[in-house]
Design a protein around this ligand. Structure first.
Ligand SMILES: C[S@@+](CC[C@H](N)C(=O)[O-])C[C@H]1O[C@@H](n2cnc3c(N)ncnc32)[C@H](O)[C@@H]1O
Length: 235
């Protein structure tokens, strides 16, 4: 399984490389006796991860689904990268940052923490990169862009809670929010662009990121240790 800062599906990027500052660590399992299998991987810049969508909760798979980019329209499931497939297997091309004897470090991941990895294969530009490929319905639908601001409180919280990793955490949180992780129905319509002015929270690593949405602007209000949120919920 892979270790990532995305502890829940909400806030996990919809594709790899959309949040380039995210990270993932894959450690070789001792019992598989694969010591030496990572030798040579360091020469590749990217790899394919083949994995199981182990956190799918839908009991039924539907033939047509609503991808977020279609803002309410439906399309056949195999024309999408939805996690809800007859065989819940995912495929992500991620950047290799570092290869050690028993672990590989990635960036630009779109997987929930603890996702079981079925295989890792090098990305081969000579056969995997197809510059003339047609992108179907996705070529006409750009991802929506959100502007993100951090309050002075949130920036202080970040430095206090993440110390020398604050710059990386800030970049990753910003990249997550720029993509508007909320389900489509929260986004409103041109006539009513801001139906939900609520304060939202999402878990990133061991943090609870609290933010507010005003139309296409997200403001991070504060950042708390996740443990404090859990304690408050128990009370
Ligand atoms: C649209 S899928 C794309 C995944 C992969 N790049 C693919 O195309 O097969 C990405 C979304 O799957 C969900 N996801 C990621 N890891 C998951 C897991 N282990 N179980 C269930 N859902 C997961 C998250 O909500 C994430 O935003």
């Amino acid at each position: 399984m892979i270790e990532t800062p995305f502890k829940e599906r909400f806030g996990t990027p919809r594709q790899p490389s959309l949040v380039p500052s995210s990270w993932g660590i894959l450690r070789l399992r001792r019992d598989l006796n694969l010591f030496g299998s990572l030798e040579g991987l360091e020469g590749f810049s990217h790899a394919w991860l083949v994995f199981v969508f182990h956190e799918n909760q839908n009991k039924m798979v539907r033939a047509k689904i609503h991808p977020p980019r279609l803002e309410g329209e439906k399309i056949g499931l195999v024309a999408t990268r939805t996690p809800h497939r007859p065989n819940p297997i995912g495929l992500s091309a991620v950047k290799i940052e570092k290869v050690e004897d028993k672990a590989v470090y990635f960036s630009g991941v779109d997987l929930v923490d603890g996702t079981p990895i079925l295989d890792l294969k090098p990305y081969l530009p000579s056969s995997d990169c197809l510059p003339n490929a047609a992108a179907g319905w996705t070529s006409t639908r750009a991802e929506r862009q959100i502007t993100v601001a951090f309050s002075a409180q949130a920036l202080q919280d970040l430095v206090r809670l993440t110390a020398d990793r604050a710059v990386r955490f800030r970049a990753a949180i910003q990249e997550v929010l720029e993509l508007d992780p909320r389900p489509v129905f929260y986004r409103g319509t041109p006539e009513n662009p801001n139906p939900y002015t609520d304060v939202y929270g999402f878990r990133f690593d061991n943090l609870n990121v609290v933010y507010r949405m005003i139309e296409t602007r997200a403001e991070v209000l504060e950042i708390q240790p996740w443990s404090e949120r859990e304690e408050a919920t128990r009370r």
